[in-house]
Design a protein around this ligand. Structure first.
Ligand code: P6P
Length: 336
């Protein structure tokens, strides 16, 4: 029996670039720098219970959310790993209100990085899976080497790469460059992410729905009717669906990618435009899920085609198996 190939991220990018020239070779260097930061975040997350890094800093971020110490640590690790590699012209982080320029003493590159350093932070103290989410675009502005807001406010279809690192029972890295969605599992003994799923394929339809039912009273009518529909008893159409909701986007999306079904964060009274952020949560997740055969909508429009107007703008997110998301859209568009 032939031994399975051991493929790390660098080898995978090299093999992908041979088949599909992504861009200059600098891309694998960019991803390696980002993965180094995420390995350090994984180490801190995994020992968070052992040292006094839990709890809050007492600061509040641009979203008005209390910043946990691990949030700050994760943001700083990624910022410091990425600002001098020569790959980026500008960055943006959930934790910072404004674009993050590349210091003048460092050379600038042709890529743009947007990231949520530690999504699901409200779960940090309860040891529930949390994650880093990132989106990479090419520079489009031509007024000089520094990136601008124009480079950050690009539609999801223009992403050259998207991914997340899930700090769960094991640390898993899932990414796409537009040639399918692949998953790697961190082997801490060698400090390498090793290829575990070369081409994730999401089922066309699932049996799991994932939404915070606590917001049900303030959903719009279409959402209420859709959720009632999937809760009805009808064995022929595999209903009722099962409810699974972690409250950590990376954990809920990772399960949806692997098992199928639908994740919903629709508008509600607290978040009339939806709670999740378009540029560094919804759009990268949409790219990953679509590359695995799924679909992502804001309820009436493909997430990947939504034109961003603000750096931290929020959006409704309905994402997962294509048949399930299309069913929701039929309700949202008044067809059911
Ligand atoms: P709620 C975590 O705070 C987060 O930003 C996402 O990770 C998650 O999907 C969502 O909010 C959960 O929100 O309102 O259900 O707690």
């Amino acid at each position: 029996m032939t031994e399975p190939k051991v493929v790390n991220i660098t080898r995978h990018i090299y093999e992908e670039q041979r088949k599909y020239p992504l861009a200059t070779g600098g891309f694998s260097g960019l991803l390696s720098d980002l993965m180094l930061a995420c390995k350090m975040i994984s180490r801190e997350v995994n020992k968070a219970g052992l040292i006094d890094i839990l709890g809050k800093t007492g600061e509040v971020n641009v979203q008005g959310e209390e910043v946990a110490k691990l949030d700050t640590y994760a943001h700083n690790r990624i910022h410091q790993a990425m600002d001098h590699g020569g790959h980026l012209c500008v960055m943006a982080s959930e934790e910072v209100a404004d674009p993050i320029p590349i210091p003048k003493e460092f050379s600038k590159g042709r890529y743009v990085l947007l990231f949520d350093p530690l999504d699901g932070s409200s779960n940090i103290d309860s040891n529930v899976g949390i994650g880093t989410i990132f989106s990479i675009h090419r520079k489009v502005s031509d007024a000089g080497p520094d990136g601008t807001m124009q480079d950050l406010l690009q539609t999801g279809t223009r992403q050259v790469c998207a991914g997340y690192v899930f700090y769960g029972a094991s640390t898993v890295f899932v990414y796409t460059t537009g040639q399918g969605t692949a998953a790697f599992t961190l082997d801490p003994s060698v400090g390498e992410f090793l290829l575990s799923s070369p081409h994730i394929q999401i089922p066309r339809r699932g049996r799991i729905y994932s939404v915070n039912e606590g917001n049900a009273a303030s959903w719009d009518d279409a959402t209420k009717r859709y959720i009632e529909h999937i809760k009805q008893f009808d064995p022929e159409t595999n209903r009722p669906y099962t409810l699974r909701y972690v409250g950590s986007l990376v954990a809920d999306i990772h399960r949806t990618l692997l098992y199928g079904g639908i994740f919903l964060y629709p508008p509600d009274r607290k978040s009339p435009k939806g709670k999740l952020r378009l540029l560094y949560e919804a759009a990268p997740m949409a790219f990953l899920v679509e590359q695995a055969g799924g679909f992502a909508s804001n309820g009436t429009r493909r997430i990947m085609e939504v034109e961003p107007s603000e750096l931290h703008q929020r959006t409704p997110l309905i994402i997962g198996s294509p048949d399930d998301v299309r069913d929701y859209e039929a309700y949202a568009l008044g067809r059911r």
